[in-house]
Design a protein around this ligand. Structure first.
Ligand SMILES: N[C@@H](CCC(=O)N[C@@H](CS)C(=O)NCC(=O)O)C(=O)O
Length: 207
């Protein structure tokens, strides 16, 4: 199995975290985003959108982080704890995966890529969206539940963790959301879970 990866990518972190939680062997190929390696014909052949992560496992090539989580859970977690069979729980997992690619992408991820990577995203709006998301969805849900779905961690937790955990370096305080902070700590305590690294830790002063 090969993961086309970048250490500063919160999307790639999802795939890396799941591979580690499941104890899977994988070759990690760092795609040099700064040098444009994700837009070369060879890479676009694998991932026409020119993004990381991309997972290649035999004939299966996946160009999306939450699709990679679903695939790894279905293929390599026979106990089906990370993606439960129960239709209601599976529906809730999908609900939170969608939250990770819409509201989390527009909020905490948007603030991060605006601040560190010059993405054309309104930073203040992304910060506002993050607080609305924490207040209306994550904090109330996590006040009543240890995990996003059911009573054990699932791929929903893995998908939503990274950009929320990285808010500190973006300048977004989670001080008003104690249950969100406790949930992040629970995820980081899972055996094999790699904590997300800060952009400056990964890229130094270039970030
Ligand atoms: N839907 C994709 C989005 C991945 C994504 O946005 N990756 C960023 C890095 S965090 C990227 O490769 N950006 C480069 C580009 O879009 O040109 C996923 O969930 O994997």
């Amino acid at each position: 199995m090969k993961l086309y990866d970048h250490p500063a990518s919160g999307h790639a972190h999802r795939a890396r975290a799941m591979l580690s939680l499941l104890g899977l062997e994988c070759e990690f190929v760092i795609v040099d985003l700064q040098a444009g390696a994700h837009k070369t014909p060879e890479y676009l052949n694998l991932n026409p959108l020119g993004q990381v992560p991309t997972l290649v496992d035999g004939d299966v090539v996946l160009r999306d982080s939450t699709a990679i989580l679903t695939y790894l859970a279905l293929r390599y977690d026979p106990a089906r704890t990370w993606l439960p069979d129960d239709p209601g729980l599976a529906g809730h997992v999908q609900e939170w995966l969608t939250t990770s690619v819409k509201e989390v992408f527009e909020g905490p991820c948007g603030a991060r890529i605006s601040k560190f990577f010059g993405a054309p995203v309104d930073f203040d709006q992304a910060v506002d969206k993050t607080h609305i998301l924490m207040k209306t969805l994550f904090e109330p849900h996590l006040a009543e539940n240890d995990w996003l779905v059911g009573t054990a961690p699932t791929i929903a937790d893995v998908a939503n963790y990274g950009y929320i955990a990285a808010t500190g370096e973006t300048g977004i305080s989670l001080a008003d959301y104690p249950n969100v902070r406790a949930w992040l700590a629970r995820i980081e305590a899972l055996a094999g879970f790699p904590k997300i690294k800060s952009v400056t830790e990964v890229m130094g002063s270039a970030a």
